[in-house]
Design a protein around this ligand. Sequence first.
Ligand SMILES: NC(=O)C1=CN([C@@H]2O[C@H](COP(=O)(O)OP(=O)(O)OC[C@H]3O[C@@H](n4cnc5c(N)ncnc54)[C@H](O)[C@@H]3O)[C@@H](O)[C@H]2O)C=CC1
Ligand SMILES: Cc1cc2nc3c(=O)[nH]c(=O)nc-3n(C[C@H](O)[C@H](O)[C@H](O)COP(=O)(O)O)c2cc1C
Length: 162
Amino acid sequence: MIEKQTFRDAMSCLGAAVNIVTTDGPAGRAGFTASAVCSVTDEPPTLLVCLNRSASVWPIFNRNEALCVNTLAAGHEALSNLFGGKTAMTERFSAARWRHGATGCPQLEGAIVSFDCRISQVVSVGTHDILFCELVALERNDDSHGLVWFDRGYHQLMRPAC
Ligand SMILES: NC(=O)C1=CN([C@@H]2O[C@H](COP(=O)(O)OP(=O)(O)OC[C@H]3O[C@@H](n4cnc5c(N)ncnc54)[C@H](O)[C@@H]3O)[C@@H](O)[C@H]2O)C=CC1
Ligand SMILES: Cc1cc2nc3c(=O)[nH]c(=O)nc-3n(C[C@H](O)[C@H](O)[C@H](O)COP(=O)(O)O)c2cc1C
């Protein structure tokens, strides 16, 4: 049996994009930072987000049935920490500018890419819900540099000079 801490230490070796996942709808507005985001299939275009059921935002995502994955750019480190927990929702959202896409979920101005989605399926595994999200619309910003969560810290990724 692998200990939880041993698993986490190993997972900290996997670099991942950092995202602010937002929702809005009948249950209200919410957002949280997530590195557990992954492409699933391109027919239909679908990604997944893993959300801890003990997070304060879980009941809101569970009821709204739509979300937007906003992939963060270099310079978004403080915003990522703000959405990383223990902060009031109004404080999180007042720290940035947002647009509203097809689903009505908040899209972060300056995100590298925003995936506006409907939640198509939810599977519970252990402490988390895996939210399968079918793409409705997307917005890209090809000018900013990237941001990765690796070894418990942020690392900026420069685009190659052309
Ligand atoms: N999948 C998740 O729920 C993740 C949660 N976090 C949370 O952010 C905070 C800071 O994380 P780190 O500085 O990276 O240190 P950490 O030691 O808590 O986590 C190291 C790595 O383990 C994985 N991990 C952490 N908590 C997990 C969870 N509850 N379930 C599944 N995988 C998990 C992630 O890949 C994470 O980067 C912690 O509170 C952590 O729980 C961070 C990354 C992913
Ligand atoms: C870099 C980073 C990545 C995270 N990734 C995830 C994730 O993939 N899934 C998740 O459920 N929580 C993740 N978290 C933790 C949530 O952002 C946090 O639990 C969420 O903001 C809810 O906190 P609250 O219960 O205080 O509102 C991450 C936190 C950080 C700082």
